[in-house]
Design a protein around this ligand. Structure first.
Ligand code: GTP
Length: 598
């Protein structure tokens, strides 16, 4: 296709503002899908994505409109997947900015717009959901101008749901978004935008060609990975797969090259011709690093092999999560896994439970700490180690300093909830950087330790503000902190799955909260159970679960035998989902529930 006839764009929006619905409409209008096929959202093609309504994997669709080829690139909507968003944006020349006519501009709208601007995008505002009774398109238009600083006088008013304004959106893409630039004669340079595993095709690689041409049968080289592969398919999605013979400059499409593992095709890498390579790769390649770690253990030790297989399969499709074997005194064999964020963790955990039918125990999520160890005699230099698991914390005497990752958070919140949000940030050791008002709402900037955010910050923020606050963050580096390992002892035995690294100043409150919640979560036994939180050898909080006086079956007075059997069955059922610690049984739910702060 001629460069002047191509438009590459993505859609940026805050979660739920209607990005996927609009994408589906554009596909339908340009003839890619029938009304019937429209029934389920096509771009979100994983089950969990559908159920939760979140886009995880970037996808792309080629549309034809009035003699122009439009490539629509879908982007993930959540902060955990920021790097994938950034790569998708880099493959486009412009973006549709979708803003909900009833909700207005939100924190993620803003974060995405800034990224889009950084990529020199032409941004076309679309005010969506104008069919809603609560829609205030003029107010939102003013908000886009005031908060974002974009000219919104020509913003398209649309309803993706009712199909209003769809042609206008397509026309605006052609009119406003510039065509790509590129040189067909130059050596091949293509950006690896995304990759995923397909059971039929193997690893599918989504590319944006910058210069040169990608052809079937071509020998290509991945410049970062250093590997070469033979291209066996070239094509695009409409959204159904269409095979092509080649992809030229400015074009977006996919290739397959008999690659077995997505880890070999990392997002951000540059593809070039193996025989006539480009001199320099495209800028901006970054290996994504997991930031949140936790242990995953099968409830039933016999499921370990099944867990290993399932995790390996998931990893085929998601190179951003990591795993390695781990053993725990209490939980047996399992895996230490790394994720891009808590949502990522939840998605993987849910897929393992649902798609692979596994019963799992998840240990306390932890960020990565940097420890500077004290120099021992004979060592030339002090050692720095990365700590992924609180259970591996060295003896405090051997530690010089501990550093933890910090983030900068942007929060939007209506005035009436501001006080409560400020308190939440303060309680989580936040440092206020900025507070301004825009359109009747406060825009807050805070620096916070990631450790204080990973557990339940987002949930708390939402519940305190009745869902009105929005939140976005990025990492800003490591800082030293007065951090200690807090152990939890149940019946005088440490439960390593519950141990965590905490700030000394908040340790006591945390410890007390944990003990109180565990007291409610662990069922009574025939004996008294002390629950303690301790730092080093020192107990900082304590609760006791009173002993159960009688056997449950004693209630049946030996008379009703069926009832007795039922009770025993029930107990057995319950047992399956428990872990034994010494002689104490802890229900599976307790592990995660105990971490939610009150
Ligand atoms: P993420 O994929 O999570 O980023 O969300 P999204 O931005 O893709 O939102 P999605 O398209 O899933 O829409 C969210 C909800 O808003 C769905 O329930 C849609 O049916 C609804 N919705 C989308 N567009 C419109 C619209 O124009 N009018 C109305 N009334 N509802 C809409």
């Amino acid at each position: 296709t001629e460069l002047s006839r191509i438009r590459n764009f993505s859609i940026i929006a805050h979660i739920d503002h209607g990005k996927s619905t609009l994408a589906d409409r554009l596909i339908q209008r340009t003839g890619g899908l029938s009304e019937r096929e429209m029934s389920s959202q096509v771009l979100d093609n994983m089950d969990i994505e559908k159920e939760r309504g979140i886009t995880i994997k970037a996808q792309t669709v080629r549309l034809e409109w009035n003699g122009y080829t439009l490539n629509l690139m879908d982007t993930p909507g959540h902060v955990d997947f920021a790097y994938e968003v950034s790569r998708s944006l880099a493959a486009c020349e412009g973006a549709l900015l979708v803003v909900d006519a009833a909700q207005g501009v939100e924190a993620q709208t803003l974060a995405n717009v800034y990224q889009s601007i950084e990529h020199d995008h032409e941004i076309v505002p679309v005010i969506n959901k104008i069919d809603l009774p609560a829609a205030e398109p003029e107010k939102v238009r003013a908000e886009i101008e005031e908060i974002i600083g974009l000219d919104a006088s020509e913003a398209v008013l649309a309803s993706a749901k009712s199909g209003i304004g769809i042609d206008e959106v397509l026309d605006a893409i052609v009119a406003k978004i510039p065509p790509p630039k590129g040189d067909a004669a130059a050596p091949l340079k293509a950006m690896l935008v995304d990759s995923w595993y397909d059971p039929y095709l193997g690893v599918v690689i989504l590319v944006r060609v910058i210069d040169g041409t990608l052809k079937k049968g071509q020998q290509i080289k991945f410049m970062q990975a250093g590997t070469t592969h033979l291209i066996d398919r070239v094509g695009c999605f409409r959204p159904k797969i269409e095979q092509l013979t080649e992809l030229g400059p400015g074009e977006i499409g996919f290739i397959t090259a008999q690659i077995k593992d997505v880890a070999q095709a990392r997002v951000g890498d540059t593809l070039t011709d193996a025989r006539r390579p480009a001199d320099t790769p495209l800028p901006g390649f970054r290996e994504v690093q997991p930031v949140v770690f936790c242990g995953l253990f099968p409830t039933d030790a016999n499921d370990f092999e099944k867990l290993r297989e399932s995790i390996s399969k998931l990893r085929l499709n998601d190179a951003s999560f990591s795993f390695e074997m781990e053993t725990s005194a209490a939980l047996g064999f399992g895996f230490r896994c790394g994720f891009l964020g808590l949502l990522h963790l939840e998605i993987i955990q849910e897929r393992l439970t649902r798609e692979y039918d596994l019963d799992l125990i998840t240990t306390a999520p932890s960020v990565v700490y940097r420890l500077q160890l004290t120099r021992s005699a004979g060592e030339a230099e002090a050692r720095t180690i990365e700590l992924h698991n609180p259970a591996d914390m060295p003896d405090p005497n051997k530690i010089d300093t501990i550093e933890e990752p910090w983030i900068e958070a942007t929060i939007y919140v209506p005035d009436e909830y501001l006080g409560a949000i400020l308190k939440l940030c303060q309680d989580r050791r936040g440092i206020q950087k900025n507070l301004t008002y825009v359109g009747g709402r406060a825009q807050l900037t805070y620096e916070l330790p990631l450790n204080e955010v990973v557990f339940d910050f987002y949930d708390r923020l939402k519940s305190i503000s009745r869902g009105y606050a929005s939140f976005d963050y990025h990492q800003i580096g490591y800082r030293e902190g007065d951090l200690v390992k807090m152990s939890i002892l149940v019946n005088n035995e440490p439960v390593d799955a519950l141990s965590m690294i905490v700030h000394r100043g908040t340790a006591e409150t945390r410890g007390r909260g944990m003990c109180e919640r565990l007291k409610d979560l662990i069922p009574r036994h025939l004996f008294k159970i002390p629950i303690q939180a301790a730092i080093g050898g020192k107990v900082i909080a304590r609760e006791t679960i009173a002993a159960l006086r009688k056997d449950v079956t004693a209630k049946c007075y030996g008379g009703d035998i069926t009832r007795k059997r039922k009770l025993l069955e029930k107990q057995k059922e319950g047992k399956k989902r428990m872990r034994e610690y010494g002689s104490v049984q802890i229900p599976q739910e307790a592990f995660i529930a105990a971490l939610r702060m009150g």
